[in-house]
Each structure stands twice: as C-alpha cells, then as structure tokens.
Design a protein around this ligand. Structure first.
Ligand code: IMP
Ligand code: MG
Length: 191
C-alpha cells in the first residue's frame, strides 16, 4: 500500500478551509430551516466525514439516516451510468424536510437516480447538500442547493473520498497524480 505522499499532486482544500466552509453551510441550513426538524440522508461511504462535521454545525433538530449505492465498477474512475441501491433507509420520508448529503457530484448520475427514488417516498421537501461539485463533468442536470466547493476536473481523495476504498481518513482534499498511483494488483474492492 502506497503512502499517499507518493501520488499526492497537491492539497486542493486544507483542513482549516474545509472546516470553516462546513461551519458556514451548517449555519446556512440552520437559518433556512429555522427550528424545523430535518432529516439528513448520507450516501455511504464518501459522505460520512462531511455529515458528521456538518451536523455539529446545525442548530435545528436533526435526524440522520444512511443509504448506500454503487455506481462505479471496482477500480474504475467513471460512473457506469447504472446505480444500484445496496443499502436502503430505515426511516420514512413522508412529510419530512430531507437533505441529501453527498461527498461529490461528478456526472450527476448517482444523485439523479437517488433523487428519483426518494421523491416517490413523498418528503415535504428535499434538497441536496454536496461538499464538492465537479460541474465540468456534469451529464445529468441536478439542482444543488448547498455546495461546499466547486472544484476542477481532477480526481480527488481524502476527507471521505477514497482511492479503491483507502485514504478516506485524510483530513484534507488532495488531487491524485494518477501516473504515480498504483493500486495493489489483484485487489478487488466495492466502490
Ligand atoms: P457521479 O454519479 O458521476 O456523480 O459520481 C458520484 C460518485 O462518484 C461520488 O459519490 C464518489 O463516490 C465518486 N467520485 C466521483 N468523483 C470522484 C473523485 O474525484 N474522487 C473520488 N470519488 C469520486
Ligand atoms: Mg467512491
């Protein structure tokens, strides 16, 4: 397993900048929903770090739930276009204010499919909060209400985002130099 320093081409967003922006997003959400209870749905696994920091900056009553979808084949860097729900929610959405929390919106295909599904469950309102927006890569139009950072078309890792399931624990968002990154041969991971 490589040390991330071997393939880190730059730190795109350092920890203090991430944390400051997440506090702003939490304050904005608290203001917009002013006292109304909200349900935050986190898409596993990339959104976990963001969710746990975000909820600590929200002052309105917050419930959380998790779902998992798979859209990338192992080791691939492109959405397959086919999104599968691998873990569903435990909570009813009917009549509730829902915020879908995502790590990154790339092609938009994952989010589009998830939103289509969640709309059928009759929430009172539903919107998206994403930490990162790679808008140059968008193929499907999806409205984003809260965006942490707009980023260039580069493959990033850290702070929840993985490279073949590793490096999620790093406290910054880094850019991968794909020429210097060598996945362990023979390793198979779900994405
Ligand atoms: P989309 O369906 O193309 O929008 O893909 C969204 C998902 O792809 C995200 O939730 C991530 O899991 C993954 N993804 C997209 N871009 C990156 C990246 O630069 N680094 C790590 N994961 C990414
Ligand atoms: Mg991933």
């Amino acid at each position: 397993m490589q040390d991330y320093k071997e393939f880190l081409s730059e730190v795109l967003i350092p920890p203090d900048v991430l944390q400051a922006r997440i506090k702003e997003l939490g304050a904005q959400i608290s203001q917009d929903f002013a006292g109304s209870p909200i349900l935050l749905i986190c898409i596993l696994r990339g959104g976990v770090m963001f969710l746990t920091d975000l909820i600590r900056s929200i002052s309105t009553p917050v419930a959380i739930d998790f779902m998992a979808v798979s859209s990338y084949g192992a080791g691939r860097r492109e959405s397959s276009g086919e999104v599968r729900i691998t873990l569903d929610l435990n909570t009813s959405l009917t009549g509730r204010h829902v915020i879908l929390v995502e790590d990154i919106i790339d092609s938009g295909r994952t989010l589009y499919s998830v939103m289509e599904l969640l709309h059928t469950r009759k929430p009172k309102s539903i919107c998206v909060c994403t930490l990162l927006d790679k808008s140059e890569r968008r193929e499907v139009d999806v409205p984003l209400r809260y965006v942490g950072f707009s980023i260039p078309n580069k493959f990033v890792f850290g702070y929840g985002l993985d490279l073949d399931e590793y490096y999620r624990n790093l406290p910054f968002i880094g850019v991968v130099d794909l020429e210097r990154y060598h996945p362990d041969s023979g390793a198979e991971y779900a994405s």
